[in-house]
Each structure stands twice: as C-alpha cells, then as structure tokens.
Design a protein around this ligand. Sequence first.
Ligand SMILES: *Cc1c(COP(=O)(O)O)cnc(C)c1O
Length: 855
Amino acid sequence: MIIKASYSNSPVWRDVHVHSILPEELRPLEEIAHNLWWVWNEEAKDIFELLDYEEYEKCGKNPVALLQNLRTEKTEEIMNNPDLMARIGRVYQTYKEYISVPFDTERPSIAYFSMEYGLAHALKIYSGGLGILAGDYLKEASDSRVDMTAVGLLYRHGYFTQTLSVDGQQIANYEPQNFGSLPISQVLDENQKPIILEVPFHDRIIYSYVWKVSVGRIALYLMDTDLEHNSEFDRSITFQLYGGDWENRMKQEYLLGIGGVLLLKRLGIKKDVYHLNEGHAALISAQRLHDYVQEESLPFNVALEIVRASTLYTVHTPVPAGHDYFEESLIRKYMEPLVGRIGIPWYQFMDMGRDNPGSNEKFSMSVFALNTAQESNGVSKLHGKVSQEMFQPVWKGYFPQELHVGYVTNGVHLPTWTTSSVKRIYEKHLGEEFYRNQSDPKIWKRIYDISDEEIWGLRMHLKEKLIDYIKSEFVDGWLKNQAAPSRIITMLDEIRPGSLIIGFSRRFATYKRAHLLFSDLDRLSRILNNPERPVTIIFAGKAHPADGGGQALIKHIVEISRRPEFLGKIIFLENYDMRLAKRLVSGVDIWLNTPTRLQEASGTSGEKAIMNGVLNLSVLDGWWYEGYVEGAGWALTEKQTYENQAFQDELDASTLYAMLESEIIPLYYAHNSNGYSPQWVKYVKKSIAEIAPHYTTKRMMDDYFDRFYLKLAERSRRLAENNYAKAKEIVAWKEDTAAKWDRIEVLKLEFQPVQELDINNGNKRVYGEVIIDKKDIVADLGLECVVVDYDSNANKVTFIEKYEFDLVKTEGSRLFFQTREALNYPGTHQYALRVYPKNRDLPHRMDFAYVKWIS
Ligand SMILES: *Cc1c(COP(=O)(O)O)cnc(C)c1O
C-alpha cells in the first residue's frame, strides 16, 4: 500500500445564499426595496444610503442586495437610532399612501409589451433608449394611475457591460444576475409554488418562471426560461438581451408574444388595449387571434377585426434595415402549427408579414404588426412622417401623407431623471404640486423668477458632482489600463468645474456620427486648449457587439483622447448605463447630438438634459426638430445640403466648430463681476421653461390616451358588444366588397379639371360627371380626384391634394358623381380618379384599403 502525501477528489460547489433576516421593525424596508418606487423617491434613496453607505455602494445601489447583506451590528445600530427609525417610518407611510391610491377607472386599461425595460440600474434588462423609454413609461403609468400591466423577459446576463482594452477595443462582459438579490419577486401559484408557465412551441413545451417587478402601482411580469424543466438549449433563450443568432431572436419574440398572452391569461388579466412597443412584440397578435378563433369559435376574419381594434403598434426604428425580418423557413418552423390552429393557410399568414403579398419576401415583424393593429405611431413628429414613407408599400392605393400612421413624441420620467438638487429647486419655486401638473407650461414659467445666482450655483454643483463621480468610479480603471499615473494626474487636473463641459453619450451606431467633431483635429485642439476658455468633451456609449463600425469609432475616439494635446480634454467613460447617464445629463453644460438626418427616431437623453438645466446642441432631428426654441439651445438645420453624406459630414462639422467658436463658448465665458454668465443662465431658464413641460412622460401618456387608447378602447368595445355583432357586420361587409371589387364598371367619365383658376366665380360650375356601376356590391362607394406631381423619369409620384366628388343621384346600382371643385395649386400636375369603399364604422381608410383607379 502506497500512502500518498495527499488524496482528495474534487468538491462540487453548490450555491448557498446567506441572507440576513431582518427584524420585524425593519421589514418595511424590504417592502420598499422590492418596489421600484424608490428609484424616483429621494427620501427612500436617502434611507438606503444612510443604512450602510459603503455596502450600498458595493452592491451597486441595489437596496434588495443591501438588506440581504446587512450585518447584525449594523442592524442593531439602525434600530438604536431613533431619528433614522423615524425617517424609515415616514418613508414607509409615504409609500403606503402612494401604493394605496387606486387606478383611474375612467380611462381604459392597457397591456404593454416590450423586449426591454430600463427601470433601475440594478435590474439589467435594458440596452438603451427603447428600454429606458419603456421603463419611464411604466413609472408614469404608476404616477398617472393608469391601469397598466406590462410583460417582458428576464435575462440572466442582461445586456453586456463594457470595458475597454488598453488600445481602446471594446470588451463585452456578460455577468450573470443573481435573481435572488434583485428587486423582483417570483410569482407563486395557489400552493405557494413557483408558477411554471407552459408555452407550446412547435415541437415541445418550453417552460418559464414568472417574475414580478413592482413599479409603483404597476406590475411588470417577466418570463425566464432558465429552469431545469427545459433542455440546456432552451434554458439559454432568455440569457441575453439581443444576443444569440436569428433563431434565438425568433424564440425570444415567440416567448414574448405567445408566452406573454398566455401569461396574462394564466394570471387572469384582461386589458382593453394591447400596446406593442416595437415590432419585437408583434406575435402577441398571433396568439390573440388563436384565442378568439379557438376559445370563442369566431371566424378568422372576425377575430382579426377584434384584435386589430384593440391593438396599437409603436415603431421606433426609422430605417427598414433596423427592422426584424425572418427567413420563411425559420418563421415557418416555429409558427406553422399555431397558424394551423388559427385556421388560415400558411401563405396567408406569411403574406401578413410582407410588403408585397404573394412575393417571396422575408417575414417582417413590423408589417405583421401593422396588419394586426388598427393604429400605429412613430415616436416624434418627424419620425411619424418618416414612418409613413417607410410603411407606404403596405397600402399601395394611398400616399404616405394619407396614412393613418401618427406619432407621439417620446418623453422622460421627470422624477427619475432629475437629480435631487434639481428637484428641490423645482419643489421650492414651482410648488410641490408641480409633479402632478408637470406638463402645464404655465407652472414652468416660474423658473424665470429664480435668481441667476441660484441657477448658476445649481449648475456648478452638478458639474462638481459629475467630476467627483468620475474620480470615484473611473480613476482606478484608468490606472489599470493606461499605466502612467502622471498622465492620469494631468487628466484629472484638466477636468475642472469651471470649464465648459460638453457631453456626447449614446449608443455608438455609425449614424450617430460621433466622429464629426474629429474631422479637423487642429481646429478642435485650438478650441479645447484655449487657456482662457477651456473646453472638455466627455464621451460614453456602447457599440453592439456585432457592430464593427461602432466599435471602430470607439477605438478611434479613445486613441485621439490619448494624444498629449487632448489629455483630459477628450474623455471616454466606459460602460454607459442608467447611472452614468443620469450623472452626465445633469453634470455637463452642453448635450451634443449629431445624428445623420432622419435617422434619430426621437432620442430622449437631450430631454433629460433640459430638465437638469443642460443646454442642447443638436441636429434638428428626432424630438429636437419640434423641441428647439431659439435662445434656448442650438440647432443644426434639418436640411440636408448634400446628397453625398461625406460632404454633408464635412459641412456639419465646420458648422459645429463655428458655432462653438463664435457663439457657444463666448456665451459661456461671458462672466459678469459676480463670476457667472448671465446670458448663459438666460438660455438655461428659457430652455427649462419653454421646452421641459412638453417632453415629460406625463405629456406622452396623455397623448397616447388622446390619440390612440381612447378610440381603440371605445371602438373595440363597440365591436365586441352583443356577441361581436358589429365586428361580424363589418366583416360581412368587407367580405362582400372584397369578393366583388373587380366588378365595378365605369359607365361615364367626363372630367376636365379646370385649367385656369376663376377666382371671381368661386369655381362653382360642374367640371366633371362620372357614372359608376357598382353591380351587386353592398358597400357605398366614394370617388375622389387625386392630384400629384409625377416624375416619369424617376418614376416618383408626389401627392399634392385630393378632393371628393359629390354623389348626386343613385339609380339601382348606378352611382352618379359630380364635382364643382377646382384644383388649388397652380402649375402642371397629374391627376387620376380613385374609387374606394365607404363605411362609417371603419376607423380610417387603411383599415380596408381597397382602391380602384379609373381614368
Ligand atoms: C436616456 C438613455 C438612452 C436614450 O437616449 P438617446 O438620446 O436615444 O441616446 C440610452 N441609454 C441610456 C443609458 C439612457 O439613459
């Protein structure tokens, strides 16, 4: 027997989470920690900091983790501190009062679906703007007492965190989240066992846990497939946000859509309106169609009528390439069985996702969303127009301007995105009540009564906070990956609150043109290094791991920032997330945005900046196109001068330099004898007073009700009454019209649009007479003259105007039309006559876009 010196097999390490059990008196804290209400309530946040500041910092300002990690001595210390205990009591009281206010039952209820939600730094289920918007919207729903339930996915690894290698290469890190220490709770069944949702995929069931995030009064339910019941392969469906291949994306969208509807059913939740935040959620309509067909035994067309009447689709992507398109084979694999149960042939379903039915185009989630949603909108005024152009191919008989696609401009949740010191000033001068009336411009006029010194003092304070934050969060990292400490000291020395600080932070997609400022490095160096008027630019942002161009841009900026002349003048901060965003949008002087025109759907970071007294310098695109007010920030024109983008970039860059040199920097440094620039303060005040009230989520929420939710809820209720009588009637009418549409015959067409405008006569003679035989079509028909400019070389048709003919007589199936109207626009145009079916019960023409052109 040989006796070895040492002999052991390997242990299998198992997780054990040791949590502190809080004493009864501190239980309210646990309740508050598990409701994201604390995110926008300063007193609550203060309490968590006071409990154990170090630990709170260490666990990334996650109150749930903080409470789990509280040591016994700390707990005793807290309980022996009567002041702190009293504060806890007061916060709990405020929280309880807030939570106990019921929903506003006067307004329709909403189910909201989104792939991502940016709610709190600690809950990493967002990547950028789309998610932050959804998160802000839920918070607003809570504040506005909207009866909303939201659905999404819980990602094990969330979105990546960003670090940079020594040479500026982006490194994407995926850290697993410990769900046990997040501000979420697992949804249990009647027997206190975790609910396991069964989602039938094409050949198997995929199981999912369900988690609840309390966002004030609102519940957000998240699905998570990382459980043993699933194969390894399926467990990873919810590992990463926007990670994996197209097939995984397909599975995620299937889970969100199909699973999301099943989840609401399982929980017994029914809502009036279904709101799809981006096309990712489009498949909820497929499951809802299935349910109406299978559970209510409705014919497909009737089911479609009802689903459409209660669905709103919001598009966020201005370029077709940004939308999800799935290969037919892929979508077929997952969707064919469900489509079979819906009871329509496969090609019909496929065509619901195509611009050109009958073609072999890929399946577009956006087109499917459009075809299953009565209403649709872009996210700013300009983006609404862009979306009309983009979606026009779906409705071939109509022109972009005629489409029903509308807009609601994105806003931001004010209590989340303003810092505590800004909020204190608003509460002091605008009144405690201003949160409730935050979209009322009158209240904001009181900003003008605040002294210049107070505003300037606030700005300085926020800049110092940013600089402190940079020192505490980033310096260690710089020491690690940039070696020379002397360089870091130079850098830190250069970042001073007195300097003009410009912030540029956003996703590094090439269309955002972060490189614009670098087109003339000598000129830039002169601007930044003027000893009397120093300027610092801070960059931050992630590039999608698959976006080589975006990553190259980051590397380029980092390289430039390392040059001696730019040390401490150009700074790149790693890992742009909600926390850093809040510091930046409040702590710089200028928020810079230079998107390629028409590619910024809305953008919201500039709105956050405004609310913290930061001025915008931006291309007139997205929200700034409608938000800009002269003397309250700066704008680069929305007009594209050059077709060639490289020329345009050059022009924009030199405009930018010139504005900085001759206008912005001098304004900032025009200090008076009290050491501040009164002109600058004037800009700040005007920017808050005139712009802020229009870009809150409160205004946005109200717009959604006024423009979409109310009419959807009203019409879908009407369609469903008496066992769907109205829906069935409309379907019968549509089916009749569709079947017989080609029978329409023109019996007489005498139409001579006037050549000369006879202004004196009012143009009231008859210019045209048209007789149409509609045969046995039940529908009423309308006839209109459409005037366009037709460029036959470019095969481009531009809509100018249209006017309706009067139906003057009906004889059997023959309709007699006349018009007495003349064209309004002098010049050479083209025209054609358009016949369309008329029905008062339709929400708009695009709901049933049958058209017959006659000539
Ligand atoms: C607000 C915000 C965004 C969206 O802002 P854009 O103006 O669209 O860039 C993106 N990321 C984070 C972390 C944000 O806070």
